[in-house]
Design a protein around this ligand. Structure first.
Ligand SMILES: NC(=O)c1ccc[n+]([C@@H]2O[C@H](COP(=O)([O-])OP(=O)(O)OC[C@H]3O[C@@H](n4cnc5c(N)ncnc54)[C@H](O)[C@@H]3O)[C@@H](O)[C@H]2O)c1
Length: 252
C-alpha cells in the first residue's frame, strides 16, 4: 500500500494558480488527485490548462474569496466538476497589506480578514459538510510564521494567520472523531510574488536569510511534500497540527 497515493481523490486548492498554491496543486496532481484550482485571477484557466497539458486532471474555477456569494457559487461549481466528491480542501489563498498600525485602514483590515480568515472558515464549512456526510476528508489550511510572531506593519495579516492556526484547532476538535483531519502548514519565508518587495529590499533580505538555517528562501516546490502528506492516509493520526515548513527559521 502506498500511504501517499491520492489516485481517485478529489481536491480543491484555493489560490492554486500561482505561488505556493500552484506548488501544492501540482504536488496533489503528482500523487494522482483530480484538482480544481479556485482563484480570483484571470490566469486561473491558463494555470489549469498548463497543468492539464502535463497529463494531470485539473480544472480552474474563478472565484473572489472576498465575496461570500462568489465563494458559494464557485464551491458548487467546483463540486460538480469533481463529480460531487471533495476529499481534500487546501485553503491557500491569502493577501497581505502593509502599513504602520496607527495608519492601517479599516478597509485594508477588512480586505485581509475577509480573504485570509472569513473565506477560510466558509470554505471549511462548505467542504466539511460534504466530508462529514462521507465520514472522511482532509482539510489543509495555510498559516504563517505570523501565526507565531506579531510581525511589524502587518497587524491584519498577523491577526488573520493567528486566527487560521486557532481555527484549525477548533475545527479539528469537533471533526477529528468524525473522520476529518484538519491541519495547517505554516510556511516560512518563501520566494513568491507576495514577497517581491521584501526580497528586493537588500537589508531585509540579508536579515531574513541570516536567520534561516537552511540558508535560502523556500519555494513552491518545498510545500509539495507536506501537502501530499497532509492530504493522504500517511497523516491519518495527525489532527489540529500547525506544521512549520520554514528551513528552520522558528528554531533559531
Ligand atoms: N510567501 C510567503 O513567504 C508565505 C509565508 C507564509 C504564508 N504564506 C501564505 O501562503 C499562501 C500563498 O501565498 P503566496 O506566497 O503563494 O502568495 P501569492 O500572492 O503568490 O498567491 C496568492 C494567491 O491567492 C489568490 N487570491 C488572493 N486574493 C484572492 C481572492 N480575493 N479570491 C481568490 N483568490 C485570491 C491569488 O489568486 C493567488 O493565487 C497565502 O495564504 C500566504 O499568506 C506565504
Amino acid at each position: 500500500m502506498n500511504l501517499f497515493d491520492l489516485s481517485e481523490k478529489c481536491a480543491i486548492v484555493t489560490g492554486g494558480n500561482r505561488g505556493l498554491g500552484r506548488g501544492m496543486a501540482e504536488g496533489l496532481c503528482e500523487a494522482g488527485a483530480k484538482v480544481v484550482i479556485m482563484a480570483s485571477s484571470d490566469s486561473v484557466a491558463d494555470s489549469a490548462r498548463e497543468l492539464s497539458s502535463k497529463g494531470y486532471n485539473v480544472c480552474g474555477v474563478q472565484c473572489d474569496l472576498a465575496s461570500n456569494e462568489s465563494i458559494h457559487r464557485s464551491f458548487e461549481k467546483a463540486v460538480s466538476l469533481l463529480g460531487s466528491n471533495v476529499d481534500i480542501l487546501v485553503n491557500n489563498a491569502g493577501i497581505q497589506r502593509r502599513n504602520r498600525c496607527e495608519d492601517f485602514t479599516l478597509a485594508d483590515w477588512d480586505d485581509v480578514l475577509n480573504v485570509n480568515l472569513r473565506a477560510v472558515f466558509t470554505m471549511c464549512q462548505l467542504a466539511g459538510r460534504h466530508m462529514l456526510e462521507r465520514s472522511g476528508g482532509k482539510i489543509i489550511n495555510v498559516a504563517s510564521m505570523l501565526s507565531y510572531f506579531g510581525g511589524v506593519t502587518v497587524p491584519a495579516y498577523a491577526a488573520s494567520k493567528g486566527g487560521v492556526a486557532q481555527l484549525t484547532r477548533a475545527l479539528s476538535n469537533e471533526w477529528a472523531q468524525r473522520g476529518i483531519n484538519v491541519n495547517a502548514i505554516a510556511p516560512g519565508y518563501m520566494a513568491t510574488e507576495m514577497n517581491t518587495k521584501l526580497m528586493e529590499d537588500e537589508k531585509r533580505n540579508t536579515e531574513i536569510l541570516a536567520r534561516i538555517p537552511a540558508g535560502r528562501w523556500g519555494t513552491p516546490q518545498d510545500v509539495k511534500g507536506i501537502t501530499v502528506f497532509l492530504a493522504s492516509a500517511a497523516s491519518d493520526y495527525l489532527n489540529g497540527a500547525v506544521i512549520p515548513v520554514d528551513g528552520g527559521y522558528l528554531g533559531r
